[in-house]
Design a protein around this ligand. Structure first.
Ligand SMILES: NC(=O)c1ccc[n+]([C@@H]2O[C@H](COP(=O)([O-])OP(=O)(O)OC[C@H]3O[C@@H](n4cnc5c(N)ncnc54)[C@H](OP(=O)(O)O)[C@@H]3O)[C@@H](O)[C@H]2O)c1
Length: 163
């Protein structure tokens, strides 16, 4: 089973200059709670953008185009097909954790989306998540949280499953 987990802005932006759009500790906690002990799959750029890589307490898998390239503390995969073959027919839930290139290619194969909707805009963002088509995805959960002294914007933790 393939799940996607991501934090997106009001315009589906996810990143700028190789980094996240903002620091939202509550979302990092949410991400950690959902993915801990699980397998996480990411593109090479996202792997190196992490403050600490590999992500602790998770099996890390990194997608790269470069044949035989390896990453310390992570398994390498070299194509989208390899990820789909490994995980689409297992009961184990694995998580696609970015970035833009990998989300776009994995969206057709995903069974579930964990989306943090950040209620804010970043007009200068440079990396985006694909449109969540409501003809394809059913919203099954949506919990809205208010900004506080640690989290600068309102946000919602949403879950969608494929129809
Ligand atoms: N908001 C969020 O939740 C969230 C989550 C994750 C990341 N992000 C943001 O997203 C941005 C990074 O995303 P990105 O799109 O630039 O990069 P990315 O998707 O993280 O990584 C791209 C790299 O993955 C490899 N790759 C992608 N497709 C491949 C394929 N079909 N076959 C083989 N290798 C493939 C290539 O690596 P090689 O160059 O090694 O071939 C490519 O350069 C950053 O700003 C990051 O902060 C945001």
């Amino acid at each position: 089973m393939i799940s996607i987990i991501v934090a997106i802005s009001q315009e589906n932006a996810i990143g700028k200059n190789g980094q996240l759009l903002c620091h939202l500790p509550s979302d990092l906690q949410h991400f950690k709670q959902i993915t801990s002990g699980k397998t996480v799959v990411m593109g090479e750029r996202t792997f190196f953008s992490l403050p600490k890589h590999p992500l602790p307490n998770r099996k890390n898998i990194v997608l790269t185009d470069v044949p035989n390239k390896t990453f310390e503390g992570a398994q390498s995969v070299y194509s989208i097909e390899e990820i789909v073959d490994l995980f689409s027919k297992t009961d184990e839930e694995i998580f696609i954790i970015g970035g833009g290139m990998v989300y776009r290619q994995m969206m057709p194969f995903a069974d579930k989306l964990y989306i943090t909707h950040i209620h804010h805009s970043w007009p200068d963002a440079d990396t985006f998540f694909p449109e969540i088509d409501t003809n394809i995805w059913t919203l099954t959960q949506n919990e809205t949280m208010s900004a506080d002294d640690k989290n600068p914007y309102d946000y919602s933790f949403a879950e969608y499953i494929r129809k």
